[in-house]
Design a protein around this ligand. Structure first.
Ligand SMILES: Nc1ncnc2c1ncn2[C@@H]1O[C@H](COP(=O)(O)OP(=O)(O)OP(=O)(O)O)[C@@H](O)[C@H]1O
Length: 316
């Protein structure tokens, strides 16, 4: 477990450190990182005739917040599923902290420190918030038969799990909801619970699947703060997101997928003006919500085109 570093200085240092790492980095797909926590090679996943994922090489820098973006159907979720052992890749290798992870089942992947969030399923919605949290740790405890025979050790571990769950619920301001059914939470509170539950395994790499989806604006800042907090506590974050405002706000680096492959990487401030990225989004359905400045630019382009057309007409 990492030392919990809090306070403004630590926060600035982590962000500054991430900024320094990416400052002059090349924007090529698969660009090497100085200290990668995750290294992926030749991961392929096919569904019948469709190649959903075909990632040649990609690295995720330790201690950074990296966004994984791309148009609908680009393969982002499938890629997450391969890396976290929820689905089996047809081929490929990947290492986490230098250790090979392909073929490792999901619960072991989580136990080794690489965890992904999930949207609440129907079954989990019927459990209380605290039960959801305790389930997040289920694979930590002694699954081993002999350990279960030592009641003292077992009870101690149960108590530790509850204590950690309570601490996290307090941190995520969900403690008052501990006895409520998870299904009764608002969209934003569910996202907080998904994140809090993932932290039960004390991960080093947290993979978030659309952390902002369905979140009402009142909770947006709180959620963004919690994601940044993960980096401040020394964790690495990799997240899939369509909300470009969020991507710009919190990520240190962006990896772009289209049609199963990584097509570009770059800083959040300029990635959307990369030709390869524009082509990928225009070639697909542009599903990423536009920011105000993008809308403004689009409006100006349309007006300029209209003016040019009118001028052309009048010159005839
Ligand atoms: N279980 C499956 N069986 C068949 N095809 C699948 C399966 N899962 C994903 N696909 C296909 O693989 C491709 C990649 O899908 P994926 O959900 O990974 O994309 P994505 O980038 O996460 O999209 P979105 O942003 O819309 O969630 C899509 O064409 C999808 O239809």
């Amino acid at each position: 477990m990492h030392a919990e570093t809090t306070g403004a200085t630590a926060a600035i240092d982590r962000r500054a450190a991430a900024e320094a790492v990416f400052k002059d980095m090349a924007r090529d797909p698969g660009v090497p990182k100085p200290d990668p926590i995750l290294v992926v090679d030749d991961v392929v996943r096919r569904f019948g005739g469709l190649t959903a994922v075909d990632v040649k090489h990609v690295e995720v820098q330790r201690g950074s917040i990296t966004a994984l973006i791309g148009p609908n159907g680009a393969g982002k979720t499938t890629f997450f599923n391969q890396l976290t052992g929820f689905d089996t890749a047809d081929s490929g290798t990947w290492t986490f902290n230098g250790k090979p992870m392909n073929g490792v089942p999901a619960h072991k992947v989580a136990r080794r420190g690489m965890v992904r969030t999930f949207q609440l399923t129907k079954a989990l919605s019927r459990l209380t918030v605290l039960e959801n949290m305790r389930l997040g740790a289920q694979h930590q405890k002694g699954e081993n038969f002999w350990r279960a025979l030592i009641p003292g050790a077992w009870r101690r571990q149960e108590a530790e799990i509850t204590e950690r769950a309570e601490e996290l619920l307090a941190r995520f301001k969900l403690d008052a909801k501990r006895g409520d059914f998870a299904g009764s939470l608002s969209g934003g509170q569910r996202k907080l619970l998904e994140m809090a539950r993932a932290l039960m395994v004390q991960p080093e790499l947290v993979m978030l699947d659309e952390p902002m989806a369905g979140v009402n604006p009142a909770l947006t800042q709180s959620l963004l703060g919690h994601v940044k907090d993960l980096r401040e506590q020394g964790m690495t974050v990799l997240f899939v997101e369509h909300d470009m405002d969020m991507v710009r706000d919190i990520s240190d680096w962006v990896i772009v997928m289209a049609q199963g492959t990584v097509i570009a990487e770059g800083p959040p401030s300029t990635i959307m003006s990369d030709e390869r990225v524009i082509d990928a989004y225009l070639g697909a359905h542009h599903d990423a919500p536009l920011s105000e400045s993008e809308l403004e630019a689009q409006l100006q382009d349309a007006e300029a085109a209209l003016e040019a057309e009118i001028e052309e007409e009048t010159q005839k």
